[in-house]
Ligand binder design. Structure first.
Ligand code: ADP
Length: 266
C-alpha cells in the first residue's frame, strides 16, 4: 500500500448491539493517519469504546466499512487486523499473564513465534520506550498502577502494532500514574513509533493530540485541533460539555503552551 494511505478509516459506520437495541453509532466517518495522535472525547455512552472494539474486530458494524492499514475489518481479516491494532484498557490489574515483567512482555511475542534473539532485543526496546527497563524481574502485582499500565503498553508495542489504542487507560490511576502514562505516550509520539488513539475523559490527554474527535449521541460531532476545539466553547456548552470542562481545557492548553483565542468562561 502507498504511504499516504490512511491507517484507519471509518466509512459511514453504524452499529447497534442487537436488532432490538438503539443505534450506538450513527453514520460515523473519520480517519487516522500514520504517525498521528488522535484523541476521542465524549460523554459516557457516546460510543467511544464501541469504536475501539470495532477497530480491532471485536465487533462488526451493521452498516458501513472499517479499514485498517488498507484491510477491510471482517471475519477473515481479524487476525491480521489485530496484529495492527494494539489495545490497552482501563483496569491495570486485568492485563497480566506473566509472573515477571519480562515474562509478561514476552508472552505476546512467544505466541507469535518471534525468534529468541529478536524477542530479547524487542523486550529491551519496549522496556526502554516505557521507562521500565529496571523492572524486568519484578512481579507485576508489585508495581504501581501507572507502572502496570506502562508494562501493558510495552506488551502491546512488543508485537509492533501500527496503531495503539488507549481506552480510558489512565482512568483508574492516581495523578502521578496519569502523568507517567502521558509522558510515555508523548515519548512514543515524539519518536513516531506508532499511531495513537486515546479515548479519555482527561483533558491533559487531549491537549497534546494532533486532532480531537468529539463524539455526541453516536455521531462524530466535531474534529479539531485542541486549540480550535476550545474556540468552539459555546457549541461545547450546547452538547452539555460544561463550564468546568471548558475552563480545564483552557488551563491544560495554557500549561502545554498552546495559545488560545478566546477567554475561558468562568
Ligand atoms: P463510551 O465508551 O462512550 O462510554 P460505549 O461505547 O461503551 O460508550 O457504549 C455506548 C452505548 O452502547 C451505551 O449506551 C452502552 O450502554 C451500550 N453498550 C455498550 N456495550 C454494550 C453491550 N455489550 N450490550 C448492549 N449495549 C451496550
Amino acid at each position: 500500500m502507498s504511504s499516504n494511505e490512511k491507517l484507519v478509516e471509518f466509512r459511514n459506520v453504524s452499529f447497534r448491539y442487537g436488532a432490538e437495541q438503539p443505534w450506538v453509532l450513527k453514520n460515523c466517518s473519520f480517519e487516522i493517519d500514520r504517525e498521528e495522535w488522535v484523541a476521542i472525547i465524549g460523554h459516557n455512552g457516546s460510543g467511544k469504546s464501541t469504536i475501539a472494539k470495532l477497530m480491532n474486530g471485536l465487533l462488526f458494524p451493521q452498516e458501513g466499512e472499517i479499514y485498517v492499514a488498507g484491510k477491510k475489518v471482517q471475519e477473515d481479516t481479524i487476525w491480521d487486523v489485530r496484529k495492527d491494532v494494539g489495545m490497552v484498557f482501563q483496569n491495570p490489574d486485568n492485563q497480566f499473564v506473566g509472573t515477571t515483567v519480562q515474562d509478561d512482555v514476552a508472552f505476546g511475542m512467544e505466541n507469535r513465534g518471534f525468534p529468541r534473539e529478536e524477542m530479547l532485543q524487542r523486550l529491551d526496546d519496549v522496556l526502554h520506550a516505557v521507562g521500565m527497563v529496571d523492572y524486568r524481574l519484578t512481579e507485576p502485582h508489585r508495581l504501581s498502577g501507572g507502572q502496570k499500565q506502562r508494562i501493558a503498553i510495552a506488551s502491546v508495542l512488543a508485537v509492533s502494532p501500527k496503531v495503539l489504542i488507549l481506552d480510558e487507560a489512565t482512568a483508574m490511576l492516581d495523578p502521578r500514574g496519569r502523568r507517567d502514562i502521558m509522558q510515555t505516550v508523548a515519548h512514543l509520539q515524539a519518536n513516531k513509533d506508532v499511531s495513537l488513539l486515546t479515548i479519555t475523559h482527561d483533558l491533559q490527554e487531549i491537549v497534546q493530540a494532533d486532532r480531537v474527535i468529539v463524539m455526541n449521541e453516536g455521531q462524530v460531532w466535531d474534529e479539531s485541533h485542541p486549540r480550535e476545539l476550545f474556540s468552539k466553547q459555546d457549541d461545547l456548552l450546547a452538547i452539555g460539555l460544561d463550564v468546568p470542562f471548558i475552563a480545564s481545557l483552557a488551563k491544560a492548553l495554557k500549561q502545554t503552551g498552546i495559545p488560545i483565542t478566546k477567554e475561558p468562561l468562568n
